[in-house]
Design a protein around this ligand. Structure first.
Ligand SMILES: C[S@@+](CC[C@H](N)C(=O)[O-])C[C@H]1O[C@@H](n2cnc3c(N)ncnc32)[C@H](O)[C@@H]1O
Length: 187
């Protein structure tokens, strides 16, 4: 009996250590490479984000750097007639996205891909959501201008495209340090 308890304890400890090391690795990677860290948007902002995207029947919503997929899963639940695509290079949040999509019953309309969004083909998007960093917005601007269909609606949390005028700036209610504004662009 004691032997089995030790085995269970050791397994739980191993899982906790694995998760802690993975999160630390993700943080260090962001710090040293200067790339957007894994900071999910506030749950309280999800309805406003989905409303601001103005999704309609047949929309294909992309989230570049989709984290744990919370925006995409929320959008797919609110709009049963759309499909969603997330691109997330970190394994752990991507795994959570897939599990979340299965648990919320939207897995058949969701796709979560690995790798960098800078190398991905995003031309099928009709709508896009971003929560990145200023220099990533600069890197992405030219790519999106090249690849997106005219009329694609892009909503960015907190960070603007340096070379484009936003159609609207929508404040996210609440006095928070992050997740303060949504910038709306039409490409
Ligand atoms: C601030 S989080 C936003 C997560 C999610 N979009 C949200 O709003 O909750 C940024 C995410 O982008 C991912 N990321 C950063 N650079 C990336 C790249 N070049 N390709 C794919 N994912 C990237 C990070 O791993 C992180 O999970």
């Amino acid at each position: 009996m004691i032997f089995f308890l030790h085995i269970i304890l050791a397994t739980v400890l191993a899982i906790v250590c694995f998760l802690a090391i993975t999160v630390m690795f993700m943080m260090l990677q962001s710090v040293f490479m200067g790339t957007p860290p894994y900071v999910p948007v506030r749950t309280g902002a999800l309805d406003l984000i989905v409303e601001t995207l103005q999704l309609r029947q047949g929309s294909v919503l992309y989230d570049l750097g989709s984290g744990d997929g919370k925006v995409l899963v929320h959008a797919a639940r609110k709009h049963p007639d759309i499909s969603v695509v997330g691109i997330e290079r970190s394994y752990l949040p991507r795994y959570f996205s897939k599990a979340n999509a299965v648990m919320r019953g939207v897995a058949d309309r969701s796709m979560f891909k690995g790798g960098s969004f800078l190398d991905a083909d995003v031309s099928k998007a009709t709508h896009m959501y971003l929560y990145l960093l200023p220099h990533t917005m600069l890197e992405l601007e030219e790519k999106l201008e090249r690849e997106l269909k005219p009329g694609t609606r892009v909503v960015s949390c907190d960070f603007r495209f340096p070379g484009r005028h936003s159609e609207r700036v929508i404040p996210i209610p609440g006095n928070h340090r992050f997740g303060r504004n949504l910038y709306v662009y039409v490409f």
